[in-house]
Design a binder for this molecule. Structure first.
Ligand code: SF4
Length: 429
């Protein structure tokens, strides 16, 4: 019989049959990740499942991403239930081929309570077994009662508790972006937001305990009047309490050992409105738990920014970042790789690095390199075609990332910002 490993983290129970078949369940028992035969599957709370596989191409490996059909999702749900059923049976029989992996925090909690790991694992498996394919699909429908589709998050916030204070993007005209073209921008009233927060709490159940931050969505939520933002944050933190601590790192340590507390609020905003928000108001937001603002800078090139129909000018990013830093807030800067193809490649690298080199970025700040995803029919594609601009291939995109990374002089983490890839196609919530 194959060895089965059970790993218990505060937010995840993972079963692994000889590392060839792996399933992770959140605290409510919904499966979140499956790995089988070299292919990974990620399930979001929305019920969407993304398949991620590496396939050979041109002598290398290329990541293939694909959304699964309802039938495929049902088959995966059966597989996760089969493994959970096997684990339960083997736990009940005291099978010698079971192996435990317990991080120090979980081991200490068990020791202090004089409990064996089975006492945590068995009820967790019972919850997992209650999620058959039909219930999971019903849960996905319930998700749509709580949320409008969640279009995007920055990668470090993929596992945030998402709170939809606004819907859509107040601008919605960048030529390459279709994230919110399905909806008009709207802000929730204080009362609507309170009901939404309670609905999120009820929907997430124990799953909320494994999440560490609160994200105020959708796009450009920071443009709401500051008193409305403060009300939203007070309402949210009365349901999802904030951790004490002076720094992000300190608060995250607290959250690790106190599931059900949250490090703080995170939010998207465009350059124009961020620059306009007075520092005193940003300070009030920081005092209420706002930690980092994500800015779609995209490029430092004025010409490319116009080509992308961005609101404001790249130079606005300087003032926006200075104001945010003065208020004690961190920034997440998103740069578009490959934007404008070969026509803009050289100035995009030089001017973007020049812009970022005029900022004083610190260890709580982030730089994301996000390859542009071309959506058929959007103005960006039409303009690229009309002007006969050549798109960058994979190798050129990688080279552009390398050049930008080398030209940005901010020190490397932990003295400067973290830098990483942001492939928006991998997002699922
Ligand atoms: S501001 Fe951001 S979310 Fe809005 S259209 Fe532009 S890229 Fe999309």
């Amino acid at each position: 019989m194959a060895e089965l490993t059970l790993s218990i983290k505060p937010d995840t129970l993972t079963l692994s049959r000889e590392h060839r078949r792996i399933v992770a369940f959140d605290r409510e028992g919904r499966w979140t990740t499956v790995f089988v035969d070299g292919v990974a599957y990620q399930r979001g709370l929305s019920g969407q499942v993304l398949e991620k596989a590496l396939q050979p191409e041109n002598g290398g490996l290329r990541k293939r991403l694909r959304a699964l059909s309802p039938e495929e999702r049902a088959r995966l749900a059966e597989m996760t239930a089969e493994l959970a059923g096997e684990a339960r049976l083997r736990l009940e029989r005291g099978d010698g081929l079971l192996r435990w992996e317990l991080p120090p925090l979980v081991a200490r909690v068990l020791e202090e309570a004089a409990l064996r790991p089975e006492a945590l694992a068995l009820p967790w498996l019972e919850r997992a077994l209650a999620w058959d394919g039909a219930r999971l699909e019903g849960d996905a429908r319930r998700f749509l009662d709580v949320y409008q589709p969640i279009s995007i998050l920055p990668p470090d916030q993929y596992r945030a508790v998402y709170l939809q204070a606004t819907s859509g993007c107040s601008y919605n005209k960048c030529s390459f972006c279709d994230l919110y073209r399905d909806r008009r921008f709207a802000m929730k009233t204080v009362e609507e937001f309170r009901r939404h927060v309670e609905a999120v709490r009820d929907f997430l159940g124990r799953t909320a305990l494994g999440r560490r931050t609160l994200f105020l969505g959708d796009g450009n939520a920071l443009m709401a009047p500051t008193d409305r933002l403060l009300h939203w944050m007070e309402t949210a933190s009365s349901v999802f309490p904030l951790a004490p601590g002076a720094t992000i790192a300190e608060r995250l340590r607290y959250v690790e050992s106190h599931p059900g507390s949250y490090e703080g609020f995170y939010i998207f905003q465009d350059l124009f409105h961020t620059r306009e928000k007075p520092v005193a108001e940003l300070q009030a937001l920081a005092a209420h738990g706002l930690r980092r603002v994500y800015l779609g800078v995209e490029t430092g090139s004025e010409a490319l920014s116009r080509f992308l129909h961005k609101p404001g000018r790249p130079s606005y990013a300087l003032q926006a970042v200075r104001n945010l830093h003065r208020a004690g807030l961190a920034v997440g800067l998103i740069l578009l790789l490959g934007a404008g193809g070969s026509a803009y490649a050289a100035e995009h690298v030089v001017q973007t690095a020049d812009l970022l080199n005029r900022m004083e970025l610190g260890p709580d700040d982030l730089i994301y390199y996000s390859p542009i995803v071309e959506i058929p029919g959007l103005p960006y594609q039409q303009a690229m075609d009309a002007e006969g601009i050549r798109r960058l291939d994979e190798a050129e995109l990688e080279e552009q990332r390398r050049l930008l990374d080398a030209a940005i002089r901010a020190p490397r983490w932990p003295r400067g910002p973290r830098r990483s890839l942001y492939d928006i196609r991998e997002f699922v919530y």
